[in-house]
Design a protein around this ligand. Structure first.
Ligand code: GTP
Ligand code: MG
Length: 455
């Protein structure tokens, strides 16, 4: 149990119907009791209230009524932090919730730091580190898929598999250490074969998780997709089609779009930041040429390029420099205006091609599929566990993999058992870091400082 009692406004700052102020720690009921005046027929003071009950009343500070509230009493250990917790639902709006918060601070609570409630949940053993990270992923999720994956991870899906892996590695390690303790005994070939098979399957499992790490990054950060091409090919029309509403101005005049336009869309569960750009051409117009410069800049920053071509026009020599200048990026060629009578097919495009018509939306669904296929790693199988593998997990998995591979190689080459044991110890330690079996204060700081206050 941590000594002090922390409090924070858990809802976003701003005007709203309601706000929630949270209070957690050993003094939660005493502090809340000094501020709360029960008013309902069955409302009680927090210290006398049964757990998981709701009470109507007022928050007062130095005898002055501050707000009319509903107060929830949640007794340890069945709470978010595993500590005694009070949640006060007060009126929304910056001042009302702040007044309630100040009343609690005045009675001896301390203002919580970012993520401190979740940190306590971790320190008190309710969730592990991978689950704590999933809380942040869940809050920041921008698509249904990201949300579902984070929820799965929060429920412990990844942690269970990681713990299982760690247990298996420890078991192999224990076996080997037993042989080290009895140097006269030779390792039975059957045991060696068993350990090798076990380590190999551990390796496969880690590789499977590492293969999903790109997915985690995509779900967390999204992908940047630049829509590029010659003027008037239908880039802005394409943006509007992908968004499902008329965001950008569309006209038959070449050079309509000057500034870049950025919008986020949920495409097949992936958060995609679409950037519409000015049509690429040589121009003497100062504004347009600045637009063209920005288009090139967008191409540089993008993860993927949608290169829009006018299917109604034959391949123009002017297209060539652009075809080459984006060749280093993953790209999809969008042959737009497929409805035009003179529509040409472009057989020699160096990459995936999708034909679209932005007037009636033909080909847009196929384009969404192509987009998903281009950014989602092909190596991932559908029935594998969904996981938000982040950079920290990735690093730990890589080190774990190195240890397991090292142990396997050492066994293969008949190296002393001590070497194998050392490699396995490194591996179990690295794998344990993912769920926080081994963690440092710096690491906890860096993880929880990314949370919002009140979580
Ligand atoms: N026939 C036909 N016309 C289209 C299609 N898509 C767009 N257009 C028309 O083409 C013209 C140019 O469309 P925009 O979306 O403004 O083209 P853009 O590439 O953004 O042009 P700039 O911003 O000038 O570079 C408009 O008149 C659109 O209505 C299509 O699939 N078929
Ligand atoms: Mg445009």
């Amino acid at each position: 149990m941590l000594p002090d009692t922390i409090t924070a406004i858990a809802t976003p700052i701003g005007e709203g119907g309601m706000a929630v102020v949270r209070l957690s720690g050993p003094q939660a009921f005493a502090i809340a009791g000094r501020c709360f005046k029960p008013a309902g027929a069955s409302s009680k003071s927090p210290a006398d209230a049964p757990t998981h009950t709701l009470h109507y009343g007022h928050i007062a500070r130095e005898g002055v009524r501050v707000d009319e509230v509903m107060l929830a009493v949640l007794r340890a250990p069945r709470t978010y932090t595993r500590e005694d917790t009070v949640e006060i639902s007060c009126h929304g709006g910056i001042l009302a919730s702040k007044a309630v918060l100040e009343a609690l601070l005045h009675q001896g609570a301390r203002l919580a730091g970012p993520g401190e409630f979740t940190l306590r949940a971790f320190l008190n053993g309710r969730i592990d580190l991978a689950q704590a990270e999933a809380v942040a992923d869940l809050i920041h999720a921008r698509t249904q898929r990201a949300l579902a994956t984070a929820a799965e991870q929060l429920s412990g899906a990844l942690s269970r598999r990681i713990n299982q892996l760690r247990d298996e590695l420890m078991l192999h390690l224990a076996h080997i250490e037993a042989y080290i303790d009895f140097p006269d005994e030779d390792v039975h070939p059957h045991t060696t074969a068993q350990i090798c098979a076990g380590l190999q399957s551990a390796l496969d499992f880690v590789d499977g998780l590492l293969a999903r790490s790109a997915e985690g990054q995509i779900l967390r950060r999204g992908v940047r997709v630049a829509i590029l091409g010659r003027p008037n090919t239908g880039k802005s029309s394409l943006l509007n089609q992908l968004l499902g509403h008329d965001r950008a101005i569309v006209t038959p005049i070449a050079g309509t779009t000057r500034d870049t336009i950025e919008e986020t869309a949920d495409i097949r569960g992936i958060p995609v930041v679409l950037v519409d750009t000015a049509g690429l051409r040589d121009t003497t117009d100062a504004i347009e040429s600045e637009g063209v410069r920005r288009s090139h800049e967008c191409a540089q920053a993008a993860d993927l390029i949608l290169h829009v071509l006018d299917a109604g026009r034959a391949h123009a020599p002017a297209d060539l420099p652009e075809l080459e200048s984006f060749a280093h990026k993953p790209r999809i060629f969008v042959c737009n205006k497929m409805d035009q009578a003179a529509a040409h097919s472009r057989p020699n495009l160096p990459g995936a091609v999708v034909h679209t018509c932005c007037l009636d939306g033909r080909g847009i669904e196929a384009l969404k599929d192509a987009l998903r296929a281009a950014v989602w790693s092909g190596s991932v199988e559908g029935d594998m566990l969904p996981a938000m593998i982040n950079a920290r997990h990735q690093d730990a998995l890589r080190r774990g993999r190195e240890g397991v591979a090292g142990a396997l190689a050492a066994m293969d080459q008949g190296e002393p058992l001590e070497i194998i044991a050392m490699e396995l110890r490194l591996a179990t330690q690295a794998i344990g870091e993912i769920v926080g079996k081994t963690s440092t204060e710096d690491l906890l700081d860096s993880i929880f400082s990314q949370f919002c206050i009140g979580k």
